[in-house]
Design a protein around this ligand. Structure first.
Ligand SMILES: Cc1cc2nc3c(=O)[nH]c(=O)nc-3n(C[C@H](O)[C@H](O)[C@H](O)COP(=O)(O)OP(=O)(O)OC[C@H]3O[C@@H](n4cnc5c(N)ncnc54)[C@H](O)[C@@H]3O)c2cc1C
Length: 410
């Protein structure tokens, strides 16, 4: 166990600089083009793979080889400072990787996680498929069904997944489905759908408000047959879990276990918050410089308290958000877990900070800020998703409220 410290070690400082340089030299200059094109930025992801940033090795080193828990948020803040749409295109596969590592056996993790990234010569993608048209926040109501075909030792998946990052263009789809719908979230399991499995196809591709470079689509599962070995965690563990959940229905003394999707979200929330901080910092730095250069009434606008105080508040919110994220990341690695919903708190705070800071940045740039000639309007559009995905603002409040009260707040 390491002590919580905000001093980054040598490795973390090196990673921070390495990713910052990539974000500044490669990501930021490409951001406007891919936002306008609204397409997956393959050349940039390939560049990231060439330098080893988009790779299983980097993720394993950042997540597993770091006892402090800070490497991942540090890396993500820098990457998303460059651009959030491209950043998510580079990071999106890691959601699938986290879904596999969080629910799979060590053998399954070693088999499937590297395939979420491929190699620099053949880049592959992963997608984590939970949400559905009628089940976003309410992940316990998934309609996608997984039925076991015992004779062939195969699972058969049917359903439609909605708003899936990398959906349909990924090589590896991790699908959360209901095995026993009566048990709601406790009756669900996670499955890996291997590359080129018949029956899996891309549905509609969404046209979005922001993070346009990131690909978001429906995923349609039509009699998708996968080997029994693609059930993450294995059949024995699932049967035990289902038996326990059934018992818990009648006996409140028995714990019913965790939902697979929730376990993944809990672990990834601070990392998602760090992305929001990257966007907020980009907008703040831009506005700070602009306010020093722009003159009105014969002086730089920053000489007005109303502008300088806005910047002071923006800087304060960003620092506070980062501290909460680092502490939540450290806690999830070292502190024996969260007691007050610290992961949700950090993501709630960072999402709100990003939306507010980017909006203030537009204000500081005035009319220019409202045009697409300047990046702050894009950052503002990009920031809004952080109030929505991986749990909306209201769902984070629910998690925190339940954690601090111990009550089943609805
Ligand atoms: C760009 C993008 C990428 C995404 N990527 C992925 C992905 O890779 N994988 C994946 O599985 N999903 C993904 N999602 C889905 C995302 O996680 C959901 O959109 C999100 O969880 C919200 O669900 P919903 O859209 O169904 O909203 P709803 O759940 O319908 O919520 C609508 C409103 O009601 C509020 N609300 C709902 N329930 C409650 C409650 N109990 N108390 C108070 N308020 C409530 C919400 O906060 C929200 O304001 C993505 C979404 C987007 C937009």
């Amino acid at each position: 166990m390491s002590d919580f410290s905000v001093s980054l070690n040598e490795d973390q400082l090196q990673i921070q600089k390495w990713i910052h340089d990539f974000a500044e030299d490669v990501v930021r200059p490409a951001a406007e083009e891919w936002d306008e094109r609204e397409e997956f930025p393959w050349p940039i992801v390939e560049e990231a793979a060439k330098i080893g940033l988009y790779s299983f090795d980097f993720i394993a080193q950042a997540m597993l080889g770091d006892p402090t828990g800070l490497t991942m948020p540090v890396a993500l803040e820098e990457l998303f400072w460059g651009d959030a749409g491209i950043g998510l295109s580079i990071f999106g596969s890691s959601l699938a990787a986290a879904g596999i590592a969080g629910n799979g056996t060590p053998e399954q993790t070693m088999e499937w996680v590297p395939q979420c990234y491929g190699t620099p010569e053949k880049v592959q993608l992963g997608a984590f498929c939970v949400s559905e048209p009628d089940a976003g926040s309410d992940v316990s109501s998934l309609r996608t069904r997984a039925v076991y075909d015992e004779a062939n030792d195969e699972w058969v998946l049917n359903g439609t997944k909605a708003w899936i990052t990398n959906g349909g263009i990924a090589d590896i789809h991790v699908v959360v489905a209901a095995v026993d719908p009566e048990l709601k979230g406790r009756g669900q399991a996670s499955f890996v759908v291997p590359p080129n499995t018949p029956g899996l196809s891309m549905g509609q591709k969404y046209k979005k408000h922001g993070i346009k470079a990131s690909h978001t689509s429906e995923v349609v599962l039509d009699d998708v047959r996968i080997p029994g070995s693609c059930l993450l965690g294995g059949k024995e563990k699932l049967d035990e879990k289902l038996a326990k959940a059934r018992e818990a229905l009648t006996n409140p003394q028995v714990s019913s276990g965790k939902q697979p999707a929730m376990a993944t979200f809990e672990a990834t929330r601070p990392a998602v918050g760090a992305q929001a901080v990257g966007i907020a910092r980009a907008a703040y730095e831009y506005a700070l410089q602009y306010a020093q250069e722009r003159h009105a009434f014969g002086k730089p606008i920053i000489m007005n308290q109303s502008i300088a105080f806005m910047l002071a508040d923006m800087a304060t919110q960003i620092e506070a958000s980062r501290l909460m994220i680092w502490r939540a990341s450290w806690l999830s690695k070292n502190g024996g877990g969260y007691t007050m919903g610290e992961g949700s708190m950090s993501k709630l705070m960072a999402g709100r900070t990003a939306v507010w800071v980017t909006e203030r940045a537009i204000q500081i740039l005035g009319g220019y800020g409202y045009t697409r000639e300047y990046p702050v309007e894009r950052w503002h559009r990009d920031s809004k998703i952080y109030d929505i995905f991986e749990g909306t603002e209201q769902i984070q409040q629910l998690v925190i409220a339940r954690a601090i009260t111990g009550l089943r707040i609805e």
